[in-house]
Structures are given as structure tokens and as C-alpha cells.
Design a protein around this ligand. Structure first.
Ligand code: UD1
Ligand code: UDP
Length: 372
């Protein structure tokens, strides 16, 4: 069999983090795969440091991002430029991850050219097309186009089966987020040995960027953080802001004057892993952070009305609190007070993965290429 050309498309921060182990695993089999890495550039500053950190070595950079991009204009530019890239590189398989505009348009462009699509992190669903918006729509489109569905959990696989995806096109792999996290944690340990150096005061880590929370949702979160900052004056509340001005400006307006609230720019991945590890509590609407936190033993309050990641909630590592200020304050206080009393949390196995997802995905990718 000739070497198969694998075209791996990524555009945003979480795709870079979650596809890095897949890129490495493909490159580790040069006799079988020619690996082409394509950045759409949907994100710019957020992805640039990850290219170096994970040694992604992109072959194609479509450099698409524009400030304040609308979903429709981003979609149309991505689709057109990806189609041209596929015409030029003529891959045998296209690999996409998750539910971003990059993933959706890459899956569509490949489908239109009749190139099989492998979907990494397949089968996540809330059941509500408007939440998360537009990601629930995007991932359903990717499912329609995919030839191979790599579900991170049994629950995600069950969602796909319920939609009629056949078992021979579906496998449970774990989430590659955990591959990357464990790799980064080991690297940090060998670099600095002591991950506790930032534990001088209790730290609460906050992130938020979801479109469906713009407006009242962000107002509720900010009111909660202001209340917590006053209630726990000896705690640090650290919020690495997303570069999207719609997600950062309301936060700056509401919280800039509070002495123990630290509004900082996005952290590079190793800095973020260190900060998660230092945190007593994490408040987030991020998908990736929900997946990573169980490996670090950190409780997470999910700042959303629903989540496509119910496994962490079922395992007792996360709670869904939405964006209501009173509820966020109440549940945060519960965890912060318990930590102040010295109560420790039992270690649990991460329900999202064991660090070997990429290996399973690339084995399945190889099996798919044999039948092409
Ligand atoms: C995107 C994904 C979302 C994912 C998130 C991860 C879509 C529709 N949304 O949301 O699923 O959870 O990434 O962070 O695909 N910006 C910069 N620099 C950057 C990145 C973004 O300035 O490096 C600003 C730009 O003004 C850009 C805006 O943020 O126009 C929005 O970026 P976009 O990728 O459209 O949406 P996100 O909210 O980042
Ligand atoms: N992350 C990071 N720096 C930050 C915030 C997050 O490196 O300042 C990482 C985090 O560890 C996770 C990923 O980015 O792996 C999550 O990205 P994001 O929250 O933007 O997207 P989502 O996962 O919600 O799609």
C-alpha cells in the first residue's frame, strides 16, 4: 500500500492542543502516513505559541482571522480557502477536531471533494442547537460528513449510535486533551520540579468565552466574581481573558478596580496548566478545562446552563451552575470554605481519557486507509 496523505486541519486554541498528539502519532509512522498540517488561522495570537510549544510545524497557513469576524463571513472564507488547499494537496483523509467553524468547514470541504473525514472528539451533544452556539450545530454537521467517528467517551458513542452511526464507523478513544495535559504536566515537572510554587494564597481560576453568555450571562458571572472578591479578600481571583473583545470588555468594565481580581491576557498552555494546578477552585465555561480539571483533582463550576460533558458531573468533579450570580457565589463558597477547613478531595480517574487517545485514533485511521 502506498503512503496515505493525511491532512490535519486546525484553527483555534483547543484544536491545536487536542490535535497535537494526533499529529505526533501520525508523524511517528512515516512509512504509512504523509502528514500535512493545515492552520486555518481562525485564531491568531492564541494559536501561535502552541505551534512552537507542541512543535506543530504547519505546512499550510490560511491566515484567516479578522477582528470581530462574524460566523457567516468566517465560514465562507474558511470553506473557500480550505477547498483550494484540498485541491492543491489532494489528501486521502482529512482529520478535524471538535465543533469549531474550522472543523465544520473542513468537514464540508472534504465531503464536497469526496475525501473521507475523521472526526476527533465526536458525539458530544447537549441536545439544544442554541447551546453551545454555534458549536452544537457545527458538530452535527461534522457528524454528517464523517467516515470515522472517534468518540471520547461511551456516552458520546451512545449519542452517535442513537443518530444512526454504524458501529464499524465508531470507536471510543478517550479525549486527546488528556494526552496533551499529561505530556505538559510531565514536562513541567521535569523543568521546575515543584508545581506548588504559586500556592502562596488560595487561588480561584476563571475563564469564559461562550457566545450564548454574551450580555446577561457575562453580567451574572461578573457580579458573582465581584461578590466573591469582597467575601474572600485574601484569595486571588485570576481571570485570563479571551482575546475576543465581546468576552473581555464587559469583564474589564465590571472588575478592573478590585484589588484581588487579576485580569490578565490569555496564558500560554504551560502557564495555564500551572495555574489550574495551583487553583483551589475553577469557574469556567470552557469545554477543554472541564476535561482537564479531573486529572489535576480540581473542582469545577461550569458557568453554563447545560453541558455536553456530563461525565465530570456524574463523577462528582464538576457542577453545572449556569450564570446566575447568587448560585455561583453559593457553590463557590461551599468549595472555598471546605478547602479552608483543610478538607481534601478524593482522587478519581479522569472520565474523559487516560492519555492514550491519539494512539487509538491513529490505529483506527490506519485501518480506515487500508480499505480506501
Ligand atoms: C472559537 C470557537 C469556539 C471555541 C473557542 C476557543 C467557533 C464558532 N467558535 O470561539 O467553539 O470554544 O474558539 O477559544 O468556531 N481573537 C483574537 N485573537 C485570537 C483569537 C480570537 O483577536 O487569537 C478575537 C478576534 O476578534 C475574533 C474573535 O476573537 O474575531 C472571535 O474569534 P472566533 O474564533 O470567531 O470565536 P471564539 O469566540 O474565539
Ligand atoms: N487554555 C490556555 N490558556 C488560557 C485558557 C485556556 O492554554 O488562558 C487552554 C486550556 O487548558 C484548554 C484550552 O485552552 O486546553 C481550552 O480552550 P478554550 O477554553 O478557549 O476553548 P474550549 O475548550 O471551550 O473550546
Amino acid at each position: 500500500m502506498s503512503r496515505r496523505r493525511i491532512f490535519i486541519v486546525l484553527g483555534t486554541r483547543p484544536e491545536a492542543i487536542k490535535l497535537a498528539p494526533v499529529i505526533w502519532a501520525c508523524r511517528a509512522r512515516p512509512a504509512e502516513f504523509e502528514t500535512i498540517v493545515c492552520l486555518t488561522g481562525q485564531h491568531r495570537e492564541l494559536v501561535r505559541p502552541l505551534v512552537d510549544y507542541f512543535d506543530l510545524r504547519p505546512d499550510v497557513d490560511l491566515d484567516l482571522m479578522t477582528p470581530g469576524q462574524s460566523l457567516a463571513e468566517l465560514t465562507s472564507r474558511c470553506l473557500t480557502k480550505l477547498d483550494a488547499a484540498l485541491a492543491e494537496h489532494r489528501p486521502d483523509v482529512v482529520v478535524v477536531q471538535g465543533d469549531t467553524t474550522t472543523a465544520m468547514t473542513a468537514a464540508m470541504a472534504a465531503f464536497f471533494r469526496r475525501v473521507p473525514v475523521v472526526h476527533v472528539e465526536a458525539g458530544l451533544r447537549t441536545g439544544d442547537l442554541n447551546s453551545p452556539f454555534p458549536e452544537e450545530f457545527n458538530r452535527r454537521v461534522v457528524t454528517l460528513a464523517a467516515a470515522l467517528h472517534c468518540a471520547p467517551t461511551e456516552r458520546a458513542a451512545a449519542n452517535l449510535r442513537a443518530e444512526g452511526v454504524a458501529d464499524d464507523r465508531l470507536l471510543v478513544t478517550g479525549n486527546t486533551a488528556i494526552d496533551s495535559l499529561l505530556w505538559a504536566r510531565d514536562r513541567l515537572k521535569s523543568e521546575i520540579r515543584n508545581l506548588n510554587f504559586v500556592h502562596d494564597r488560595p487561588l480561584v481560576l476563571i475563564t469564559a468565552h461562550r457566545r450564548e453568555s454574551f450580555g446577561p450571562g457575562f453580567d451574572g458571572i461578573c457580579t458573582a466574581i465581584a461578590t466573591l472578591a469582597k467575601k474572600y479578600p485574601d484569595h486571588r481571583l485570576v481571570w485570563p481573558l479571551h482575546p475576543n473583545p465581546q468576552a473581555s470588555e464587559p469583564v474589564r468594565r465590571a472588575l478592573a478596580d478590585l484589588a484581588n481580581v487579576e485580569l490578565i491576557g490569555p496564558l500560554d498552555y504551560s502557564g495555564f496548566v500551572l495555574t489550574m494546578d495551583a487553583a483551589t477552585l475553577i469557574l469556567t465555561d470552557s469545554g477543554g478545562v472541564q476535561e482537564e480539571s479531573p486529572s489535576l483533582g480540581k473542582p469545577v463550576l461550569v458557568l453554563r446552563e447545560e453541558t455536553e460533558r456530563p461525565e465530570g458531573i456524574a463523577a462528582g468533579c464538576a457542577e453545572l451552575v449556569g450564570t446566575d450570580a447568587a448560585k455561583i457565589v453559593d457553590r463557590s463558597s461551599y468549595y472555598l470554605d471546605a478547602a479552608a477547613r483543610g478538607e481534601t478531595r478524593p482522587a478519581i480517574a479522569n472520565p474523559y481519557g487516560d492519555g492514550r487517545a491519539a494512539e487509538r485514533i491513529v490505529d483506527a485511521l490506519y485501518r480506515l486507509t487500508i480499505v480506501l
